[in-house]
Write a protein that binds this ligand. Structure first.
Ligand code: ADP
Ligand code: MG
Length: 266
């Protein structure tokens, strides 16, 4: 077992963000967290990343409780950061070096790789993500989509076992989106553990086989096979992932759920 969450709550002052979540993530699993805006996906991601901690309840990572004390332990946190690659929704939160090159080199440097090996890796990753032209730029000067690609590059550089990506496609241009989906499929095939959030139903099945649906009440409404969940119209309406939409067919007007997936579009 990679993660084990028991009765986890999190509030920002008085604002509830996670309200009683029980969740297990197994080795080599690909899980998609789906939920409307504000349902708590990013808060969950930050807890899984060991950046914030439950107000109530416990999170275990490989049988060990993820606590502030534990994360302050250098030995543990270095191993944890090496195993778990995290891309937050806001790329600014993760970029802190002077240049893009240094962002990508940071993880490998922390792991004590040789200069030559780091240089080769930066070049390989920059080629792969088509960001060679950005390497000497200060990351603060990049566009939102460029920053996201740099975050992804920085994660991939150390080849982590577990990847947690918060809304990886949002803000990316179509080619970068397609590339990201391809990459996630390759990572799945390589038996990496993937935890990916989205509010866009169209990409769910590309991201994973298991879907975990968060509701407006910040709890898990359903946890199951992605293809089954995508067919559960009442559930998707309740989770505010599709909406009732008035359509006029000839002389008749009726309301039916409007599903944001190509095969259902009218
Ligand atoms: P999601 O990622 O699903 O959109 P979030 O985890 O970002 O949801 O937010 C869950 C809830 O917590 C929302 O009601 C949001 O407004 C609130 N929230 C998120 N971040 C903060 C913050 N820094 N301060 C106060 N409230 C926050
Ligand atoms: Mg979010």
């Amino acid at each position: 077992m990679i993660y084990e969450l028991k009765n986890v709550f999190y509030s920002y002052d008085a604002v509830p963000a996670i309200a009683g979540v029980n969740l297990n993530i197994e080795e080599s699993e690909s899980a998609v967290i789906i939920g409307a805006n504000g349902s708590g996906k990013s808060t969950l991601v930050m807890m899984l990343a060991g950046l914030i901690f439950p107000s109530e309840g416990t999170i275990k990572f490989r049988e060990k409780a993820l606590t502030p004390l534990y994360m302050r332990n250098k030995d543990f946190s270095i191993v944890f950061r090496q195993k778990v690659g995290v891309m937050l929704q806001n790329p600014d939160a993760l970029l802190f070096c002077d240049t893009v090159k240094e962002e990508i080199a940071f993880g490998p440097f922390q792991l004590g790789w040789s200069r030559g090996k780091i240089k080769d890796k930066v070049e390989e990753i920059a080629n792969l993500l088509e960001i060679k032209n950005l390497l000497e730029r200060p990351s603060g000067s990049l566009s939102f989509g460029e920053k996201k690609k740099v975050c992804l590059a920085a994660i991939l550089a150390t080849n982590p076992e577990i990847l947690i990506l918060d809304e990886p496609l949002s803000g990316l241009d179509p080619r970068s989106q397609a590339w990201t989906i391809e990459m996630l499929i390759r990572l799945k095939e390589a038996s990496k553990t993937l935890i990916v959030t989205t509010h866009d139903l169209e990409s769910v099945e590309d991201f994973g086989d298991r879907a975990i649906v968060f509701g407006d009440d910040h709890t898990i409404l359903k946890d199951g096979r992605a293809h089954e969940i995508l067919e559960d119209i009442p559930l998707l309406l309740k989770a505010n992932l599709i909406h009732e939409h008035a359509h006029r067919h000839g002389r008749y007007s009726h309301i039916h759920p409007h599903v944001h997936r190509h095969e259902h579009e009218e």
